[in-house]
Design a protein around this ligand. Structure first.
Ligand code: ATP
Length: 400
């Protein structure tokens, strides 16, 4: 969905906005992870902050969106990080010239020659050194730099010398905890990735996690990080060894940004109905909530369709769609592996009564399988598993 959703009217999230703005007003100290289920509104929230809540005279934001970019090698990563320019201006002059027209920068300006050097050298050391210098220049200008990386898990299994993710984390730790130079926020919908970061204790005490929980799926989370980290340990990956030593005694602090609760969801429906010049009865709103819960994107979909369709038809169709997807998913699992199928069914049956269950009630392999397939969302900080949305929950109750 990216940063371009600037015309969308943003609703609420005041608590999360307040929290993030307060963090930004303070000195950089930790890496912050903003996490939540798929489509929960993480990007929308960060966009709202960048576009409408941050004082542009005080902050300069670099926003790296990895979601639509295929990163498989060093050069791809470099292309995401930098924006090349020609001429003799310094990077800070380039930044000053363009920042007034943009809410954030998508790359760090770099002179063409310097970029060519960096491309040739193929080490992160030069990359990070260059970035640090630019950030220091920004600081000297009296502004606070902020780095935001969306869908960070996409580089989870990428190797440059060691695993890039560790090099990046180490670099971010130096930018925040050591140098207090730049705020760093990482967004991810991949709850297994967040769980790895949390559990491996790679970043203990240097990170904060902000949960922006959402509704329903739409992309397949990366599954690369687990085996990579494990093999890193097994084979003595130097970056990881450093991480383990360096991070061992640290613990993260987590900020939960969950799906809208019922009260907020009903208000969101009124907000959208008003935008569309329609009105909803209390029964309508209850019904919508019962079908799609507090997932903003699903509520938006229902209200939008209400312009030309009847509410019951919309909701029936959405549920049927979710149910069919679940049915076909289960059919595929059964065809592939009968044993696994039985375990999956047993696991999903646990949700017939409850929307949320304790994570360890489902064996690790099965829960990770269901999380990867975007059926369940794991909140590793609370130790809670739940369906990715009310819609998925309703489908589970119908199919099983
Ligand atoms: N607070 C909000 N007010 C209005 N619309 C919202 C809000 N939160 C989310 N949305 C809508 O829901 C859609 C999905 O949100 P968004 O893309 O921010 O989710 P995400 O958590 O970043 O998703 P992903 O799982 O792809 O990372 C957005 O396009 C936006 O229109």
């Amino acid at each position: 969905m990216g940063i371009l959703v600037i015309f969308m009217k943003f609703f609420n999230r005041e608590k999360e906005i307040h929290k993030i703005l307060s963090i930004i007003e303070g000195e950089p100290n930790l890496i912050y992870f903003i996490y939540g289920s798929i489509n929960s509104g993480k990007t929308a929230l960060i966009n709202e902050i960048i576009n409408n809540r941050l004082d542009k005279n005080k902050y300069i934001v670099f926003y790296f969106d990895l979601r639509e970019i295929f990163i498989s090698k060093y050069d791809d990563f470099i292309e995401v990080l930098f924006e090349e320019y020609e001429g003799d201006k310094s990077p800070i002059e380039v930044i000053k010239a363009i920042i007034n027209d943009l809410p954030s920068l998508y790359g760090i300006p770099i002179p063409k020659n310097t970029l060519n050097e960096i491309f040739k050298k193929k080490t992160t050391k030069n990359v990070f050194r260059y970035i640090t210098n630019v950030l220091m220049d920004i600081k000297r200008e009296g502004k606070q730099p902020i780095i935001i990386i969306d869908e960070l898990q996409k580089i989870g299994d990428m190797k440059i010398n060691g695993f890039l993710i560790y090099e990046l984390f180490n670099y971010f730790v130096s930018l925040t905890k050591h140098k207090h130079l730049c705020h760093v926020f990482c967004l991810s919908s991949d709850s297994l990735f967040i769980e790895r970061v949390y559990n491996e204790a790679m970043l203990e005490d240097r990170v904060d996690y902000i949960l922006v929980d959402d509704h329903r799926g739409g992309y397949a989370p990366s599954i690369g990080i687990l085996p990579q980290i494990e093999s890193g340990v097994a084979f003595g990956n130097p970056a990881l060894e450093y991480s383990n030593r360096g991070f061992a005694s640290m613990r993260g602090e987590y900020i939960l940004v969950d799906d809208f609760d019922k009260e907020t969801a009903l208000k969101f429906m009124d907000f959208l109905a008003k935008e569309n010049n329609m009105s909803l009865t209390n029964e309508d709103k209850e019904l919508i909530y019962n079908y799609v819960g507090g997932k903003p994107v699903l509520i938006i979909k229902v209200i939008d369709k209400l312009r030309y369709e009847n509410l019951n038809d919309i909701l029936d169709f959405m549920l049927k769609d979710a149910t069919q997807k679940l049915k076909y998913f289960l059919e595929d699992v059964k065809e592939e592996d009968e044993e696994l199928y039985k375990k999956v069914v047993d696991a999903l049956k646990l949700f017939k009564e409850d929307y949320e269950i304790e994570d360890i009630k489902i064996p690790k392999k099965i829960r990770e399988f269901l999380i990867k397939r975007n059926i369940l969302f794991l909140n590793p900080i609370e130790g809670i598993l739940k369906p990715q949305s009310f819609l998925v929950w309703n489908a589970i109750k119908k199919v099983l």
